[in-house]
Design a binder for this molecule. Structure first.
Ligand SMILES: Cc1cc2nc3c(=O)[nH]c(=O)nc-3n(C[C@H](O)[C@H](O)[C@H](O)COP(=O)(O)OP(=O)(O)OC[C@H]3O[C@@H](n4cnc5c(N)ncnc54)[C@H](O)[C@@H]3O)c2cc1C
Length: 434
């Protein structure tokens, strides 16, 4: 069936042939070939075009979402790649296990988490998702089934983790989960005055497993980068509760984009910094701590019918402060900014992924309403600042970086191209490799 499919940012929309996993399996057997190249799609939570395939076929890889094996003693879980973290946690949290690394939404599949090698608030202590994958099954279009792990087909394992879904269909994933004795965390939120204070708080909190900051991208020059710093760790004793899925509210409509302007964003930022939760110290359930945006389904409609772009970059530690400062100065000058600006110091922890986005450095993630050419040109200027400081952008969030930028900043891209399954491609991959 040909239908329009949107990126999570809703700024890209392509008509694509969408097929089910079952239809794809017969195609990979060679029985009924599909039209054009294939892209797999999990929950479609990537902001740009890694899970889009203009003029090609999109395989909806969200089912069947079954757990194959779960050892409650060791916390090793093997599940079909279409399982979401939300569904996984319904099974594992009551047994005292949780994923070791989670992105800021639980509505992602295991396949999507591996393909982008996602990271979370604990990157500085736990690395990214792939560091906790013990094995996976890769199905190639020639019918080959490759068991990949750190010791078996190790090259293909390392290229599939952060491989943007290009090396084959990830059929199942095996993970080492993290032991918890409560689903609550002890959380400390603290407003901070500027970038210098952000970096000293990050340093002082290095032994807290989870750290992150929200920042006000329209702060005055003297307080550039001010925001609210959060740090957290699991408490030792408490309930093992899972939030019911029906607790989320649904964002009803596309907002008129003129409502999102410097004034409304500054007003929101003021309220955010001054709300009581900005100084909260105490216990909080894992769900609102890790997934604050999941409380509002379809929040991506907030940016109006033209959608939005996310820009997430990472800059090596030695240039981190200067690079973030320059990015924030550019945003202030331009007057385009977002409610949701997130700053995080990342650690040395390694991932087996050959093309994983984070490394030791500081990352900044921002949303920008799509105002056409003006926004596109501005984001290219942000890319140039990142590049000048030796950094790079995150493919899972990107819709605009040039091929030259991608190839320069991901030096292992050619190894991925060589390992790519000839039947698989994506709009992102064609954009950055052509
Ligand atoms: C609110 C929000 C917060 C987020 N926070 C973070 C964060 O903190 N850290 C972070 O790293 N990311 C974050 N993200 C991005 C998100 O975690 C990633 O984009 C993730 O990969 C999405 O998973 P998905 O199941 O939606 O996959 P999709 O977006 O549908 O696909 C992602 C990639 O996986 C491939 N793929 C999917 N399934 C398979 C399969 N079975 N076999 C082969 N390839 C497959 C696709 O082809 C594509 O390349 C966030 C996104 C949102 C919306």
């Amino acid at each position: 069936m040909v239908k329009p499919v949107l990126s999570w940012g809703r700024a890209q929309r392509y008509d694509q042939t969408v097929v089910s996993l079952g239809r794809f399996e017969t195609a990979f057997d060679g029985n009924r070939p599909l039209d054009g190249p294939v892209t797999f799609r999990g929950m479609g939570r990537s902001y740009g075009d890694v899970a889009l395939n203009e003029n090609g076929t999109l395989v909806q890889a969200t089912g069947p979402d079954s757990v194959i094996a779960f050892d409650r003693e060791t916390g090793i879980l093997r599940a079909r790649s279409g399982l979401t973290l939300a569904d996984l946690h319904r099974i594992t949290i009551p047994a005292g296990w949780i994923v070791a690394v989670t992105p800021g939404t639980k509505f992602v599949t295991l396949g999507g988490a591996v393909a982008n090698d996602v990271h979370g608030k604990n990157h500085h202590t736990a690395g990214s998702f792939g560091a906790h994958v013990t094995a996976l099954m890769l199905v190639r279009s020639n019918g080959e089934r490759l068991l990949c792990s750190p010791s078996e087909n190790a090259d293909m394992f390392a290229l599939t983790i952060s491989g943007l879904g290009l090396t084959g269909y990830i059929e199942w994933v095996e993970l080492q989960l993290k032991r918890i004795t409560s689903s609550n965390l002890h959380v400390e939120n603290r407003p901070y005055a500027d970038l210098d204070e952000f970096f000293s708080l990050s340093e002082e909190s290095a032994d807290w497993p989870y750290t992150v900051a929200w920042l006000d991208c329209f702060s005055p020059e003297a307080a550039l980068g001010r925001g609210v710093f959060s740090r957290a760790r699991y408490v030792e004793h408490g309930p093992l509760n899972v939030k019911p899925a029906d607790k989320a509210i649904k964002w009803p409509l596309e907002m008129p984009s003129f409502l999102l302007n410097r004034m409304s964003i500054s007003a929101f930022n003021w309220l955010y910094r001054h709300r009581p939760a900005a100084t909260f110290k105490g216990q909080q359930d894992y769900d609102p701590f890790f997934y604050p945006l999941d409380g509002i389904l379809d929040w991506n409609k907030l940016y109006g019918h033209k959608g939005f772009f996310q820009h997430q970059s990472i800059i090596p530690m030695e240039n981190g402060k200067a690079g973030v400062r320059e990015l924030l100065e550019a945003i202030r000058r331009e007057g385009q900014g977002s409610f949701l600006a997130v700053l995080k110091v990342h650690g040395k922890e390694l991932s087996p992924g050959r093309n994983t986005f984070p490394y030791e450095g500081v990352s900044l993630a921002l949303d920008f309403a799509n105002r056409g050419r003006k926004t596109v040109d501005f984001l290219h200027r942000l890319d140039a600042i990142v590049l000048a400081h030796g950094g790079r952008m995150y493919p899972a969030k990107d819709a605009l970086m040039t091929g030259e930028t991608y190839r320069k900043t991901y030096p292992n891209w050619e190894a991925l191209e060589n390992a790519r399954d000839p039947m698989i491609s994506s709009s992102f991959w064609r954009r950055v490799t052509n």
